[in-house]
Design a protein around this ligand. Structure first.
Ligand code: BGC
Length: 700
């Protein structure tokens, strides 16, 4: 779906509607018990109609737009969705803008690399800055809720929205998603999405995800809980069904797990348009806000109340939850101190560039083809080198004021090096590659191959791109491929021909500059794969993106491949550098800890090469003698460390016994087993590169 088709003009005018501040200004700034008391005093001042009106958006969409998830911009509001508020009492509107790679999609905002790229930085502190920049821009545009981060784990690499999320691992997703949430919420409300088990596009509106309780709790939910612990103001429900009901009408998911077990005190908003199919079950399950307009709430909710099918308490709860977050985030000074001049200003665009450079993963570099040095001429090949390939054109679309294609970035950095270009005509490409000192082929995917509403049809590159790569590699030994895409790509038949390979993802508005910095060695690559790259699709289980019922077993990604004893093309966590690192001296603070205890795992990392770099070290844990099925090992910690040549640093990871628990569905409880655990530390999940040590959990 290309939402830009719906865009006639960027309608910023009139976007910021002032609200009277009477009651509001008296209340904002309160917290804790005082705030709860005030919410209780404000509730009776609202009529039932007002309360119900607060529970849905007011965007008038046509049926078609609702069905496609599109909305109609240029109608004077300029938001992806909004509520009316209650002017009489000064209760502000909730005003939403997408989304995961920057503020979407009409405004000239900063376009960051996609979520998957940012996942590859393994850098939560940097991700918090990205969140803060997006939060600032949201607020500067007068909106108060950013519909991001997307934290659905990548179940299968062909998921159309793979690029929006951070990867496949729950621990990693939780760290990255909560960092983004904290960043956004320095300014305004964040909305982690899509809760939960949203892993297919083709059938996203009606597929029923069948997931047993243990898999749900261990695989699909932990990262949402991390965002709740980071005090996310809202959570967006998913379109799909979960074990029967729609996810947004699933009482177990919303009322029992999110609100009761995790103590979430924000509000649950439906995904846009087709996330509900029943008024009563949605309201009783705890869905607080229907977006973008009242299809199942509004009059239907009132009728359900009149008929006694929904208690008034459910309405009061929903309204209280929204008021709580509005009080927290939308004070009388909301519009003050935020300038649209800073949107896509130098601070944010240089952050976009830093993130892009840190996200790129060097997958192969035989004969040190990269960085390109000592060359006088360079051939650049491939259509994608010249495109502004920012990623999907669905709800995550961002329209930056400018974007740097890879060819432009290379030309800017090339200096005296003569750059020639061909989009792909084979005879000319061969000739250019032959006559140049080195060749760079840019290949991969774009919004037509993968995106919201449509899954990828295959995991390999197109035949013409493969032919181009093979032509370039046979014409010139110094051949580097730069790959663009939001997920794993298989490389059958061409990878052995190519000495150097850089995964650049969809690198955002500054992407061309960042790619050039890496190719010419100004930046040392440091990204690591946040997903496993399998050799072929056959190594994975079937992607059931046409089925209306999909049963999810407990293994996916690297957990699946390792447990099945399959060697991937590139392992989870893998990424090379222009320098070399050496891991040594793994030590554990304890050999035995209690179930409520923790230990410190330390390791020394040395830069034994000639250039400075940043390394992402990873800690995994395996289980010995568990009474339940467990994967071979799971990521439990990671850290990015900067090292000068010759420098050694010690990294320490804290590991709590509680993080080793499995979910015992019979007892409805997390259980830490009294067994032996193996802890691994190293540069990726690849077994032979990991140092290991063992410890036991015993007693309390
Ligand atoms: C998407 C959401 C998005 C919403 C509003 C939906 O189609 O699934 O991720 O936030 O539209 O644009």
């Amino acid at each position: 779906m290309d939402r830009r088709k719906f865009v006639k003009s960027a309608a910023i005018a009139g976007a910021i509607a002032a609200v009277p501040n009477s009651v509001w200004s008296a209340l904002s700034g309160l917290s804790g018990e005082d705030l709860e008391q005030k919410i209780k005093t404000i509730l009776p001042q609202l009529s039932l109609d007002e309360k119900i009106s607060l529970m849905s958006g007011v965007l008038a969409n046509t049926a078609k737009e609702i069905a496609t998830g599109a909305f109609r911009p240029g109608q004077g509001h300029g938001y992806t969705g909004y509520t009316v508020g209650v002017e009489r009492l000064g209760i502000p509107r909730i005003k939403c803008l997408d989304g995961p790679r920057g503020v979407g999609f009409l405004y000239k905002t900063t376009c960051f690399p996609v979520g998957m790229a940012r996942g590859a930085t393994f850098d939560p502190a940097l991700e918090e800055k990205v969140g803060a920049a997006a939060g600032y821009e949201t607020r500067a545009l007068g909106a108060n809720m950013l519909l991001a981060p997307c934290i659905n784990l990548l179940w299968h690499p062909r998921w159309g929205r793979a690029q929006e999320t951070y990867g496949e691992d729950m621990h990693h997703l939780g760290m990255m998603g909560s960092a983004f949430t904290r960043g956004v919420q320095k300014h305004t409300m964040a909305c982690p999405k899509h809760y939960a088990v949203n892993n297919i596009e083709d059938t996203r509106m009606n597929v029923d995800a069948l997931v047993d309780e243990r898999t749900l709790r261990e695989i699909f939910l932990p990262h949402f809980q991390k965002c709740v612990e980071a005090k996310a103001a809202s959570i967006m429900s998913a379109y799909n069904h979960l074990n029967g009901p729609k996810a947004g009408q699933n009482k177990h998911l919303i009322r029992e797990i999110l609100k009761q077990d995790w103590g979430f005190d924000g509000f649950v908003v439906s995904d846009w348009g087709s996330a509900m199919d029943d008024t009563v079950s949605a309201a009783n399950a705890g869905l607080d806000l229907e977006m973008p307009s009242a299809r199942f709430y509004g009059d239907k909710l009132k009728a359900a109340l009149d008929a006694g099918k929904v208690p008034v308490a459910a309405i009061d709860e929903a309204v209280s939850r929204m008021l709580r977050q509005l009080f927290r985030f939308v004070g009388p000074d909301f519009d003050r101190g935020y300038s649209q001049k800073n949107i896509a200003g130098p601070e944010h665009t240089s952050l976009a560039r830093e993130v892009a450079a840190k996200s790129m993963v060097l997958l192969k570099n035989d004969g040190k083809v990269l960085p390109l040095a000592g060359i006088k001429s360079l051939a650049v090949l491939g259509k994608l080198a010249r495109e502004n390939n920012l990623g999907d054109r669905g709800s995550s679309t961002v329209t930056p004021p400018y974007a740097i294609p890879i060819l432009t970035g290379i030309k800017k950095k090339a200096g005296a090096i003569k750059v020639s270009y061909c989009s792909g005509f084979i005879p000319r490409s061969r000739m250019l590659a032959k006559n140049a000192d080195a060749v760079v082929v840019v290949a991969g995917l774009n919004h037509k191959d993968e995106g919201e509403g449509h899954d990828r049809k295959k995991m390999s590159l197109s035949a013409d791109q493969i032919e181009l790569i093979k032509t370039a590699a046979s014409a010139n030994k110094k051949c580097a491929v730069v790959l663009i895409g939001g997920s794993a790509i298989t490389m059958d038949g061409w990878l052995p021909d190519v000495p150097a390979l850089l995964m650049a993802w969809y690198p955002g508005m500054e992407g061309g500059n960042a790619v050039a910095e890496i190719l010419f060695g100004e930046v040392n690559p440091s990204g690591k794969l946040p997903i496993v790259f399998p050799k072929s699709e056959d190594q994975l289980f079937k992607f059931e993106n046409q089925a209306l019922k999909v049963k999810y077993q407990g293994l996916h990604g690297y957990r699946w491949l390792e447990t099945k004893g399959l060697e991937p093309l590139f392992p989870f966590g893998f990424g090379l550098s222009y320098t070399e690192y050496q891991y040594s001296n793994l030590r554990l603070s304890d050999r035995k800890i209690g179930k409520s205890g923790k230990l410190i795992v330390s390791v020394d990392i040395a830069n034994i090469g000639k250039v400075a770099g940043e390394e992402v070290a990873q800690m995994y844990v395996g289980y010995k003698g568990s009474r339940v099925d467990r994967p071979v090992k799971e990521l439990k910690g990671f850290a990015r460390v900067a090292l000068e040549p010759g420098q050694t640093k010690t990294l320490s990871f804290e590991l709590k016994a509680q993080e080793l628990a499995y979910y015992n569905s019979g007892a409805s409880a997390w259980e830490v087993e009294e067994i032996e655990y193996i802890v691994y530390i190293g540069p990726s999940s690849k077994k032979d590169e990991l140092l290991s040590g063992a410890f036991k959990v015993e007693g309390v």
